[in-house]
Design a protein. Sequence first.
Length: 129
Amino acid sequence: MSRQDVHNEMQQMFGTVISFVDQIPDDYIDAEWDLIKRVQFGETLIPNKYKELMGLCVAAVTRCRYCSLFHTEAAKLFGATAAEIEEAVHYAKLVSGWSVYLNGLQVDYETFADEVRRVVTHVTSQAAA
């Protein structure tokens, strides 16, 4: 697909051509646009609202203000509430905080993995009871 074809599809889909797309090299623009359409906005196994909340979590952890803005607005577009957005960001903070803690203390991975498996086994057995 040519750059002009991508522009035409983007104009029809979004009502505008997003300017940063013009910085994508010609050799890659077709593939990048295809990913945006199929994965980001298309129907996949994960509903779009949840994909965008996941994208927001990644953006929050990587501290990308562009991605944070985009994924917040896209999550709203796909039906996320302000409370869901806040909870997702709080969860990203929680997960990234524990990552810092566990890695910083150099907790033994095999011990941790064994403990996680034991927790899952216990919780599963309790749910079955």
